[in-house]
Design a protein around this ligand. Structure first.
Ligand code: MV4
Length: 449
């Protein structure tokens, strides 16, 4: 097992990693930007090192500074958290070549899933259901119309180097196809340095359902059920829940089984998430895979009772999974609300000083956050300031618990989306569990802030 872990991240996930490591008897090293010198992750780690100024490129993305910090501190492993360097295959490789443990999947897995076309091909080969689409990258503009005719309109053009909703274009009519393709490809080239595009049939009202994978380095793979992530705004998740109100036991079993089989066939290791699109008929299709711990992991922890961060660390140290799929039981229901520092009308980030703070508590209530009274939300980083997670015996009970917790939550001095969350958990389509990826749009149209 590792004896000292360096955490190449900040905020609540850095704190989450510190807590897991401490419970395992592992020492922790925080790295931080000059602006984060007084942050909780720095205070709570056993050791801390400043790695640069506030801009991410010079700090939390500064590979030489982070590797130096690992060497100076005598850390024997690096946990990248989410965002920042967590899905940078070159970084993972450098970490391993420095003789350090990498708390994540092998670099080749990160690389494969980072290229959306390669990931699709590999996952098709591995047996995951796919939407009708182009066989890999679109090679020639002259193939476009034949391709779209075969797939059937509407189609969606996606950037091979994109992901998470970046670099996508929906095309509804043949006559717009070539123009849309040119625009999308040049936008992708500008944004990602790669103009490669692929095409899929467009699913109109999809749900985003993802499966949590846990795999050891010895070929054992299990899943920890699903998370429903359809409550999004501009491809940013706002609320997640588990189980998904859209799945029944049979569909859950099938999704989990094919996901596990696919991961076994590519030799995946550590934790990961397979994202599926679920259509109105209950058919599911592979979308993308995330090769990191995710923001919304606590809802899975809540319903399975498994500490995903401890698992991740244990598996990265080469330990065996030591649990069978049969031993996994899901209990009750969990919901997570992402609390963001943002303007309720424009959704622009609203950084600044928190002048009053009271986090909710009580049975089945968890708050993962680095916020406190007099904490300053910095303008340089993500605007998420807290995750509020509740669990209860049933979905209706979890919704009641979330309403109660949101009522207790006090954050003053900055603007937050807490008022939005209070509306969301009262909104009938949400309460009924009958919603898709357009839920937030509908709520905002019906009840403007
Ligand atoms: C789609 C789609 C409909 N049809 N692909 C958005 C994020 C990226 N992972 C893929 N996305 C989508 N791909 C086909 N063929 C609709 C979306 C999509 C979406 C997916 C999940 C959650 C929210 C979304 C919001 C808009 C569009």
């Amino acid at each position: 097992m590792f004896s000292k872990i360096l955490i190449a991240n900040r905020g609540e996930i850095a704190l989450r990693i510190i807590r897991a490591a401490r419970e395992m008897g592992i020492a922790t090293v925080a790295v931080h930007s000059t602006a984060d010198a007084n942050s909780l992750h720095v205070k709570f780690a056993d050791q801390s090192l400043c790695i640069g100024p506030p801009p991410s490129k010079e700090g939390y993305l500064n590979i030489p500074a982070i590797l130096s910090a690992a060497e100076v501190s005598g850390a024997d492993a690096i946990h990248p958290g989410y965002g920042f360097l967590s899905e940078n295959a070159e970084f993972a490789e450098m970490v391993q070549h420095s003789g350090l443990g990498w708390i994540g999947p092998r670099p080749e897995m990160i690389r494969m899933m980072g290229n959306k076309v390669r990931a699709k091909e590999a996952m098709k080969e591995a047996g995951l259901p796919q939407l009708p689409g182009s066989a890999g990258v679109i090679q020639d503009e002259r193939d476009l119309s034949r391709l779209a005719e075969r797939i059937g309109f509407p189609v969606i053009l996606k950037a091979a180097a994109g992901g998470g909703g970046r670099g996508m274009k929906i095309v509804r009519e043949q006559e717009h196809l070539v123009q849309q393709y040119r625009t999308a490809s040049s936008e992708a080239l500008a944004a990602f340095g790669n103009g490669d595009m692929y095409m899929e049939r467009y699913v109109e009202r999809p749900r985003h359902v993802e499966i949590q994978i846990v795999a050891d380095e010895h070929g054992e793979v299990i899943h920890l059920g699903e998370r429903e992530c359809s409550v999004q705004r501009r491809h940013q998740k706002v609320l997640e829940e588990s189980p998904s109100p859209a799945l029944n036991d049979k569909l859950r079993e099938r999704m989990g089984r094919v996901a596990v089989e696919a991961m076994k066939s590519v030799g995946y290791n550590n934790v990961g998430t397979i994202e599926f699109l679920l259509d109105e008929r209950g058919e599911f299709y592979f979308m993308e895979m995330n090769t990191r711990i995710q923001v919304e992991h606590p809802v899975t922890e809540a319903v399975t009772g498994i500490d995903l961060l401890k698992e991740q660390i244990r598996l990265a140290a080469g330990e065996e999974l030591g649990r069978s799929q049969k031993s996994i039981t899901m209990k009750g229901h969990a919901i997570e609300c992402r609390v963001n520092a943002e303007d309720p009308v424009t959704f622009a980030p609203s950084p600044g000083l928190i002048t009053a703070y009271h986090a909710p508590g009580g049975l089945g209530v968890r708050v993962d956050s680095v916020a406190y009274e007099q904490y300053r939300v910095l303008p340089f980083y993500d605007s998420m300031v807290a995750k509020l997670i509740v669990q209860a015996d049933s979905r209706p009970a979890a919704i009641m618990r979330m309403r109660s917790a949101l009522q207790e939550y006090v954050v003053e001095g900055i603007q937050t989306n807490i008022p939005f969350h209070r509306k969301l958990v009262l909104y009938e389509p949400f309460v009924e569990g009958r919603y898709d990826t357009r839920l937030v749009e509908r709520l905002l149209a019906e009840q403007p802030a």
